[in-house]
Ligand binder design. Structure first.
Ligand code: UDP
Length: 478
């Protein structure tokens, strides 16, 4: 079996950013790019993670790599292929680093063997491609174990961890202990927040780089109202008719026109929501820590408080499409089960959507349209490394209600560029925030405007790349 597969990466012109950045910002970016091209000539910057679709890492890599390639830096993306057992262990590890027990299985010697045998095969395959002087970014716990076999080859290894926990507990400690032997072989780490850096990585070897979004990708590019409506009617997320001038279109990353042709599968009782119906939307993988079920139950309390008109759309990938997430199908089933138990008045107003995943950019255009059409976007995670979905919605000027956990606390200034729910399990407080916002369109508009500005200042891809450049310069000096 092939242990690693290369993902094709496009080329995205950096000059696009001149539409949204100042002259000085563009100047800084272009001069950094030139410096890096000279410094990295004849070297490859490799990125290795565990899926090419689904989740925040797979979302960011095509953009970051596409811009880097456009300035003449040879950047490549490889994905680990593993057996279901391997992904069961890595998902368990992922939960542990978030402080949760996941499926409760032990992170013991047997788990370590499963983990190491998949990763040593991957490292062996990779060793025949990588060369002295190359930079290698291993992303997340799924790849950290490759470090053992890659040491001593004159390559610059970096571990990029996208997850973490605000506070420690037994699970968190157990997760880090599991990773310790591999991390000890790596000279540099990147985390998304300062307090995610565990003591073992905290010796001047870690830098913090906040994740970013690509304003021009199919996920975030501007869409006309006709395009939003056409896409949502076509996919079955909003009731027809299509607008007078239907427009399924979006622009693919390679600049060619794309068109949404597939439909979503939606669990619901009646008809799709009308175009005018206010929508509360959460878009996530079907992962217990995203708490789709809690969102639905909180929404049911809102329905119980009065006769409001808002409806809820919970949307996620079709559960067969995310290769490194073995929990998706089970979580989706649990959410459907809980939906059956809702009082009828609430059940009628909840739509559980599985979005087609065969074409990543088509999927992105559907998410884009849904976020743009949402009256409120929610990210009521129980834990969160950094919630890209919140940043995506903020860029679209949506009022976002998110849990005060993990990176979401850095993304949103409470009451200014969104609203933070202090205790993500407090469903009454959640329902109260939604009710207050729905009653105040002016407040929602104010939050949305501030949200976009916050993203423009802090969470767009160029700033992200400049921070990587600084790190690469330091490492390649060594
Ligand atoms: N996403 C998507 N389609 C879906 C569900 C999620 O494209 O059906 C995207 C979402 O827009 C975001 C990413 O997956 O870009 C999720 O990243 P986030 O940081 O919010 O969470 P993660 O999944 O990495 O924990």
């Amino acid at each position: 079996m092939v242990a690693l597969e290369e993902v094709r990466v496009g080329v995205h012109p950096l000059e696009r950013f001149s539409e949204i950045l100042s002259r000085e910002e563009m100047h800084e970016a272009l001069s950094t790019a030139n410096r890096m091209r000279r410094r990295l000539s004849r070297r490859v910057v490799w990125n290795i993670n565990s899926t090419s679709a689904g989740g925040g890492v797979a979302e960011m890599l095509p953009s970051l790599l596409g811009y880097t390639r456009s300035v003449g830096i040879d950047t490549r993306w490889l994905v680990i292929r593993g057996e279901p057992e391997f992904f069961r262990v890595t998902k368990r590890l992922h939960h542990a680093l978030h402080g949760s027990a996941g499926d409760g299985s032990p992170l013991d010697e047997e788990a370590r063997q499963i983990y190491e045998s998949a990763l040593s095969a991957a490292a062996l395959e990779f060793a025949s491609q990588v060369q002295k002087g190359d930079l290698v970014l291993l992303h997340d716990p799924q790849t950290a174990g490759m470090a053992t076999a890659l040491g001593g080859k004159g390559i610059h290894l970096i571990w990029r961890c996208h997850i973490g926990s605000d506070s420690s507990n037994e699970e968190v400690e157990c997760g880090w202990e599991f990773l310790r032997p591999y991390l000890e072989q790596i000279p540099a780490y990147v985390f998304s927040r300062e307090n995610y850096v565990p003591v073992m990585c905290d010796h001047g070897k870690s830098v913090v780089i906040t994740p970013s979004i690509d304003a021009f990708s199919a996920k975030n590019q501007d869409l006309s109202e006709d395009a939003v409506r056409t896409i949502l009617v076509h996919t079955g997320l909003v009731e027809g008719p299509s607008p007078e001038h239907p427009d399924h279109g979006f622009v693919r990353d390679d600049g060619t026109p794309g068109r949404v042709g597939r439909r979503a599968e939606v669990v619901r009782l009646g008809r799709p929501p009308a175009w005018e119906t206010p929508l509360i939307v959460q878009i996530s993988r079907w992962d217990p820590l995203k708490d789709m079920r809690g969102v639905m139950e909180g929404f049911a309390r809102l329905c119980g408080q009065g006769d409001g008109q808002a409806e809820l759309v919970l949307a996620g990938p079709n559960v067969n499409s995310v290769s490194d997430d073995p929990e998706g199908a089970g979580v989706f089933e649990e959410v459907v089960e809980a939906w059956h138990q809702l009082p009828a008045a609430a059940r009628n107003r909840v739509h559980l959507a599985s979005l087609p995943g065969d074409d990543v950019e088509e999927n992105a255009a559907i998410v884009n349209a849904l976020q743009r059409h949402a009256t409120i976007v929610v990210q009521k995670s129980l834990r969160e490394g950094f919630g890209l979905t919140a940043t995506e919605a903020m860029w679209k000027q949506r009022p976002v209600v998110a849990s005060a956990v993990g990176g979401l606390q850095d993304q949103i200034e409470d009451g200014v560029s969104g609203v933070l729910l202090k205790d993500p399990e407090d469903l009454d407080a959640f329902a109260g925030i939604l009710a207050e916002l729905l009653a105040s369109p002016e407040r929602m508009a104010r939050l949305g405007a501030a949200a976009r500005e916050r993203v423009r200042e802090r969470f767009l891809g160029l700033g992200h790349l400049i921070k990587y450049a600084t790190l690469f310069e330091r490492l390649s000096d060594d």
